[in-house]
Ligand binder design. Structure first.
Ligand SMILES: *Cc1c(COP(=O)(O)O)cnc(C)c1O
Length: 382
């Protein structure tokens, strides 16, 4: 531990992208240079759609330039209008996708033990203008998909999952992406599986996939026919090439993340005032984040104090998700954005700190981070 007793000389961020060996990527680059086919449903794009469907266990996938465009197109593809029920506890793009479609977000509170949309609170928020529910599997932790579907069915609502944290997650062997009408993925640099930037929509029938594919390519169905006012949201060949390579390493990387999560849990488990998510039974996780909840009263220090303390050692956690989306100027005037409507989300948002987790993070560093969090306050982890 000697090297780690002082300030670490390299900054440690909440995440760091995994990149495959450069020479492996260069082989793909050579092919792109030879073919001069850079985008527009190229060879690697087609290969990646097939390979990702197989890996994830889903039927249809449409690749996108990024997750936000995929969210915007997903809503458009299902003709969602009016009001949509969603969570304030997410990355801001979830709600922005509604705004870009002229849809009014209706915020509903989350569950304290899962960080996900609380099914008990959905029904009272439904109005005659509600057309869909947009939940998020926060930190890759599955929503209560059965109850959400039941509510959606009884009110005739669509369900679109923001599954941007949820690469390869299964429940009782079933891919979580197969629930709801559509699921949206992000392959941004900070995500478990990355294509530099990138995203995807998982759909369950061919007609829907076709409609989505048209929408992401200006509405073109053939050389001269434009059937809808589509957008340009296509994934290019460089992204797709990296995606193909990443699939070779993804299982190993998720395993490394799991081991890190296990060390954090082991080292931090007996410290009063600290809690974290436990794995639910029968769920295979991707360990995209390690959220730590810091109860100021019991722990003796606030979340922000711990966040600042880590920074002194060049360790940069992130307060995901603080502020809540409902607190940003665009949304805070909405009646559903009031803190009284969202007490659980407000509380968790004030207590949460995501601490570093990524495949190349050494276990020595993980232990060091635990030591800073605990020892500094006279609460030894040993
Ligand atoms: C990353 C993320 C997005 C946006 O994806 P981009 O690929 O960065 O556009 C949307 N929702 C959630 C929950 C995310 O974490």
């Amino acid at each position: 531990m000697k090297d780690f007793m002082g300030k670490s000389d390299k900054s440690i961020y909440v995440t760091q992208p995994f990149l495959p060996p450069l020479d492996e990527f260069q082989e793909y680059l050579k092919q792109i240079w030879d073919s001069k086919w850079l985008t527009n449903n190229g060879k690697f794009h087609q290969e990646l759609e097939k390979a990702i469907c197989k890996y994830l266990g889903v039927k249809y996938i449409s690749l996108f330039a990024n997750g936000t465009l995929a969210l915007i197109v997903a809503l458009k593809g299902l003709h969602i209008t009016g009001e949509v029920i969603t969570t304030p506890y997410s990355f801001v793009a979830t709600t922005h996708a509604l705004w870009w479609n002229g849809i009014k977000p209706v915020f509903v509170d989350i569950e304290p033990n899962t960080f996900n949309l609380d099914p008990d609170k959905i029904e009272v928020a439904i109005t005659p203008r509600t057309t869909a529910i947009l939940p998020v599997h926060v930190y890759g932790n599955p929503c209560d998909v059965d109850r959400i579907q039941k509510i959606a069915d009884s009110y005739g609502l669509k369900v679109i999952y923001d599954a941007c944290h949820t690469f390869g997650v299964t429940m009782k062997g079933i891919p979580i992406l197969n629930y709801g009408d559509l699921s949206v993925l992000s392959f941004h640099a900070t995500k478990v599986y990355t294509t530099f930037e990138g995203g995807a929509i998982v759909s369950h029938d061919e007609a829907t996939k076709k409609r989505i594919d048209n929408l992401k390519n200006f509405g073109f169905v053939d050389e001269t026919t434009v059937v809808t006012a589509g957008i340009n949201a296509k994934m290019n060949e460089f992204q797709a090439a990296l995606g193909l390579l990443q699939l070779k390493y993804i299982d190993k990387n998720i395993k490394k993340r799991r081991i890190i999560a296990e060390v954090y849990r082991e080292k931090l488990k007996r410290i009063e005032g600290l809690t974290y998510l436990e794995d639910m039974p029968a769920v295979r996780y991707c360990y995209s984040y390690f959220p730590l909840l810091i109860d100021k009263e019991k722990f003796g220090k606030s979340r922000d104090e711990v966040y600042e303390e880590l920074k002194k050692y060049n360790i940069y956690g992130r307060r995901y998700f603080y502020p809540l989306i409902s607190q940003f100027p665009t949304y805070r005037g909405l009646p559903s954005a009031s803190p009284e409507n969202l007490p659980v989300a407000e509380k968790l948002s004030a207590e949460v700190l995501c601490i570093p987790i990524y495949p190349d993070l050494s276990l020595a560093m993980v232990e060091f981070i635990c030591r800073i969090i605990s020892n500094r306050y006279g609460k030894s982890i040993d």
